[in-house]
Design a protein around this ligand. Sequence first.
Ligand code: NAP
Length: 271
Amino acid sequence: MGHSSEDAAHSRRSHYFYALFPTMKLLQDKVALITGASRGIGEAIALKFAEHGANVAFTYLSSDERAAALEGRLAAFGVKAKAFKSDAAQFSAAEALANEVVKEFGTIDVCVNNAGISRDNLLLRLSEEQWDEVMTANLKSVYNLTKQVIRPMMKARKGSIINMSSIVGVAGNGGQSAYAASKAGIIGFTKSIALELGSRNIRCNAIAPGFIETDMTHYLKDGGAEQWFSKIPLARFGKPEEIADVALFLASDMSSYVSGQVISACGGMNT
Ligand code: NAP
């Protein structure tokens, strides 16, 4: 068969496929719990998961209006969606959250520990309070909720846990020692949980984004984004949706043999 007739046959097959299955839903009827989804990367993940048929429970800290609006946008995909105002830094809040989600949604198939903050300062000026704030919100938060969600996952003998690390946790960054330490800690935690719970069919992976266009990186753009582009082979910041695509892969059965990994999505910065 010549190349062009193969192409034509392929295009006919694709046409029939998409006519029959307009969108292939990768998370149909799964229950996902996503922390910090009122803005930025978490919001993009929540929308992507709902588009792919997941029922979505998500948390936020203070953005009441944005959270209520997102609930509506998620429900428009025909899935169950609910916002929970829950501080990821609080152990007891994580316990209450997981219990409520299981009560309302039946189980938890996917947990995305995404909530996080940055408090950038050179070590000389970094206060003990700033260090503690970052470590608690970024690292202890991952322990808090993972400890809770593994209960329903062990019962169901399946689960996917996705932790939001950062390229800064892999490579370090001057002025971000606390943030980098918290994100590196997440990687060690992720690998350990993958080892501990693999035999229960629970997978645990981390995503290490580079610079993504959200509120967290606005200040970089104000300082002139172009100076950063020279360090990024793809010569641009990433979009939250591009991180959501990686999370979709890790949440779905497409990654059924992937565990204990750190997937960089950084425009090629980390090679
Ligand atoms: P963002 O735009 O600042 O949004 C942060 C989200 O987390 C908001 O929904 C916020 O809720 C929530 N949040 C913060 N602290 C919380 C807490 N204690 N409890 C519950 N929710 C909390 O951040 P982002 O850029 O999307 O970042 C999301 C994750 O990706 C973070 O872990 C970040 O470290 C990581 N990351 C980001 C980048 C980047 O370039 N943007 C790169 C690498 C890694 P409210 O709206 O209520 O405040």
